[in-house]
Design a protein around this ligand. Structure first.
Ligand SMILES: [Zn+2]
Length: 295
């Protein structure tokens, strides 16, 4: 800098510095955008994700006890839909059907069906310490939806079972999609393969979830924080969660590394009076029904 001033004079030197900074700025912006949000191999269309999710959600709604309280549902749907506006990889003219339900269970769990049908357990809301944490859980599930992990998983199974030429014909006729999937042994409902996530899918859902939190103005550490806390504090109530969402390992470290890449630190939102009201409301409800013993 001093050498520059000596050669060119103070004014020109400052100009050069400005030019240099302007050249660097796009690089910094690119660094923020360089996260890998491309979904894996998939034989289905987005419209088929929604169709399949709607069918699966019909089955799930008939099997699981749901919280019907309108204040709780309005809160979860408002929060989920607001977060979904920041989810990457949406477009192509097909809107995901963002629908949020609360399962009346004290297990700490959440899951997403293809196409945007998301279920959060009452136990997860009650265990969250603030809104950023429950927003993190929902954002993680939205990550599974927009990265299309359910149908990616189904695609891999189908590919292993039938040659592509046959699958092409099958998938073209979406009206009987469910029946044909059933023929290949891919069922819907609570134990569906659509809900089994690999560790790779988990990492990606973490990455997308953290990104959504950041973009929506929430404390982006909220999601990883929640997963850490529940495993330590409630090991018995997180068994299903860990089976649906296996810990990819280094979850906290990965998220810690991602956050500085998302942009500068901001005045992040953590709590809200609405969250506290809904949590209190759930805590004051009668205890959830005992789960039916496995048949
Ligand atoms: Zn997950």
């Amino acid at each position: 800098m001093r050498r520059c001033r000596r050669r060119l004079g103070r004014g020109k030197c400052a100009g050069l510095l400005m030019l240099a900074l302007m050249a660097v700025a796009p690089v910094l912006l690119q660094a923020v955008e360089r996260l890998n949000f491309s979904p894996g191999f998939n034989l289905f269309s987005r419209a088929q994700d929604v169709e399949m999710g709607r069918k699966a959600s019909g089955e799930v709604n008939g099997k699981l006890p749901l919280v019907r309280d309108s204040q709780v549902l309005r809160y979860v749907n408002d929060l989920g839909k607001r977060l979904a506006t920041f989810a990457p990889n949406q477009s192509n003219g097909v809107e995901y059907s963002w629908t949020f339900n609360v399962v009346n269970s004290s297990d700490i769990n959440a899951f997403a069906l293809p196409g945007g049908f998301i279920y959060v357990n009452r136990g997860a809301i009650e265990a969250a310490q603030n809104e950023a944490q429950i927003a993190g859980v929902i954002a993680h599930e939205e990550g599974h939806v927009v990265m299309r992990h359910g149908t990616h998983q189904a695609s891999e199974i189908m590919l292993a079972q039938a040659p592509l030429s046959i699958l092409g014909g099958l998938l073209g006729q979406s009206s009987s999609l469910a029946g044909q999937l059933a023929q290949l042994g891919i069922g819907f409902g609570v134990n569906s393969i659509l809900l089994r996530n690999s560790r790779g899918a988990e990492s990606q859902a973490d990455e997308v979830g953290t990104y959504i939190l950041y973009q929506a103005g929430y404390d982006p550490y909220g999601m990883a924080q929640f997963f850490e806390i529940i495993q330590k504090k409630y090991p018995q109530r997180t068994i299903q969660f860990l089976s649906d969402h296996p810990n990819p390992g280094n979850r906290v470290r990965n998220v810690d590394q991602e956050i500085p890449r998302l942009g500068p630190k901001k005045d992040w939102k953590t709590g809200s009076p609405e969250f506290e009201a809904v949590k209190r409301r759930l805590q004051s409800m009668p205890p959830p029904p005992k789960p039916a013993p496995p048949k």
